[in-house]
Design a protein around this ligand. Structure first.
Ligand SMILES: Cc1cc2nc3c(=O)[nH]c(=O)nc-3n(C[C@H](O)[C@H](O)[C@H](O)COP(=O)(O)O)c2cc1C
Length: 243
């Protein structure tokens, strides 16, 4: 679809050409919402880490981290899920236009929403939920047991029977507002930090994950119920308890 000239040009920065006074931020347009609103039911999450065992040290988590593609049938506790969500997008400090999280983000734009397909989490009905980092709560998108086959198809067989599948969407305007075309690189660089935290946090609580960059864009966007233009999937990661 693209030759190496295009992909290599897209990978390189043209930062000195970016006139930030001409971006929407520079011309005084209001900052975009930092979190998509939740019109439906909300589920409160326990304090991150409050009820979680940490069987290994950080050093061991780094040493033991690997991509895990098979999981036990055990459910995650809600405390473990809360911990993983906090570790990947939790809010440390919040300003009027920006927020500061457990992960870094270019210009503190944090362009992601975190969706989770819940399959086996104690105390949570199966279905699609969205993390609300500013409330440390979940927004119920859809309660259903019917998603597993469709999810595996959308993930091109990368569901791996996960207890909960993370899918991160990007809302590009959150970044474009301030960084115009440079958003392409910033958003994808940011995504790497988020999933790296998930890998390490998983090891920390006896879970495992595998980054998934290969999925069917249209099918996954349709399953999430996002429009594919203003918001679309950029990365996924099934999570389960280690065998
Ligand atoms: C950006 C990115 C995308 C990836 N996409 C996939 C994928 O679609 N399917 C898969 O099985 N593994 C995927 N992986 C996992 C890699 O295959 C894995 O990290 C690599 O083989 C090294 O193994 P390790 O993570 O166990 O060190 C991805 C990893 C990254 C960082």
């Amino acid at each position: 679809m693209y030759g190496p000239e295009t992909t290599r040009r897209m990978l390189k920065t043209r930062w000195p050409e970016l006139d930030r006074s001409k971006t929407d931020h520079g011309t005084g347009k209001p900052a975009p919402q930092r979190q998509k609103p939740c019109s439906g039911e909300k589920v409160a999450l326990p304090e991150p880490g409050a009820t979680v065992e940490h069987p290994i040290s950080f050093r061991d988590a780094v040493t033991l981290r690997e991509s895990r593609r098979s999981f036990s049938d055990e459910a995650l506790t809600i405390g473990e899920l809360s911990y993983l969500l906090w570790a990947t997008q939790g809010v440390r400090k919040s300003g009027e236009k920006a927020s500061f999280r457990t992960v870094p983000s270019g210009g503190a734009r944090h362009p992601f929403e975190t969706y989770i397909f819940v399959n086996r989490v104690e105390g949570l009905e199966p279905g699609l939920y969205r993390y609300l980092p500013f409330d440390h709560a979940l927004c119920v998108e859809r309660k259903t047991r019917e998603f597993e086959a469709k999810l595996d198809e959308a993930l091109l067989k990368h569901h791996f029977g996960g207890a909960v599948d993370f899918v991160w969407t990007a809302i590009p305007y959150r970044c474009e507002w301030s960084y115009s075309w440079e958003s392409l690189r910033l958003i994808l660089l940011d995504a790497g930090h988020v999933c790296a935290h998930l890998y390490l946090a998983c090891e920390d609580v006896g879970c495992g994950t595998c980054a998934v960059g290969a999925y069917d864009q249209d099918k996954l966007d349709a399953l999430l119920g996002v429009d594919g233009y203003n918001e679309f999937a950029v990365y996924a990661a099934p999570v389960g308890k280690q065998r």
